[in-house]
Design a protein around this ligand. Sequence first.
Ligand SMILES: CCCCCCCCCC(=O)SCCNC(=O)CCNC(=O)[C@H](O)C(C)(C)COP(=O)(O)OP(=O)(O)OC[C@H]1O[C@@H](n2cnc3c(N)ncnc32)[C@H](O)[C@@H]1OP(=O)(O)O
Length: 231
Amino acid sequence: MGPRGGISRCPCGRKLLTVCLSRSIQAAGSQLGQSKDYALPNASWSQDMLDLYNRFLDMTKDGLWKRIPSYNNILDHIPESMKLTYEKRKDTRLFLRSIDAEGAGFEYVMFLNTSEKRVVCLFQPGSYLEGHPGFAHGGSIATIIDSTIGSCAISVAGKVMTANLSIDYVNPVPLGSVVLVDSKADKVEGRKVFLSCKMQSVDGNTLHAEATALFIQLDATKAQKQQASCQ
Ligand SMILES: CCCCCCCCCC(=O)SCCNC(=O)CCNC(=O)[C@H](O)C(C)(C)COP(=O)(O)OP(=O)(O)OC[C@H]1O[C@@H](n2cnc3c(N)ncnc32)[C@H](O)[C@@H]1OP(=O)(O)O
C-alpha cells in the first residue's frame, strides 16, 4: 500500500475536509439527477476508516486501483451492456444499502485492482448489524464477503451469481471496528470463477474470517428466463 494522501495533510483537518469534499460531490451529483454514491466518507466513519480510505484513495492515483462507487439500487451498479431488459423498480434496494441512518448498517467502500483480479473492501459494521452483543452478526459478515467477492467475480467474468460460499469465522468482529476484506479471483475455468478472501483487522494482527467461493457466469438463455420470472 502506498503512502498516506495529501488530503490528510490539509490544515483544516482530514476528517472535516474529506466529509466536505464528499458532500460537495454528492450535492453536485444530485443536482445533475445522479444517484447518491454511498462509498464516500460520512460523519459516522471512524478515524481508522478514514485513514484507510485515504490510503487506498492515494493508491488510485496511478490508475492500478479504482474506487467502486456504491448506490442503493443494484441497476446503478450494472453496466448498460449487462442490463438486458431489467426495469428499474422504485420499491427495491440493494440489501447492503437498506439502512438509512449513517453508521448504523453497512458502512463500506470497495477498491478494485483489475490487473491483480482483486477487490478490497473497507468495512465498518454498524449497531444494527448486531448478532452476539457488541459483535457483528455472522450473516452480515457473509453479506459483505459475498458482495466483495461478488464484485471481484463481476470484474472478471461479468454477469455471475454465487453458487457456493464457504466461510470460516475465526474471530468475532466488534461493531464499529474497521476490517479489511481482501478478495481475489484465483482461477477461471469456463463459466466458473473460483475466488478466495480474508477478513482482517486494520493492523493485520487479527484474522476474522476466511472464505472461498465459486461464482458461475450466467448462461445467457437461463439469465433471460430468470429475469422474466422476477418481473
Ligand atoms: C456491492 C455490489 C453488489 C454486487 C455483488 C453482488 C454479489 C452478490 C451475489 C449473490 O448473492 S447472488 C445470490 C445467491 N445466489 C443464487 O441465488 C444462485 C442460485 N443458483 C443458480 O441460479 C444456479 O445454480 C447457478 C446460476 C449458480 C448455476 O446454474 P447454471 O444452470 O448456470 O449452471 P450449471 O448447473 O449448468 O453448472 C455450471 C457448472 O458449474 C458447476 N456448479 C454449479 N453449481 C455448483 C455448486 N454449487 N458447486 C459446485 N459446482 C457447481 C456445475 O457442476 C457445472 O460444472 P461443469 O461445467 O464442470 O459441468
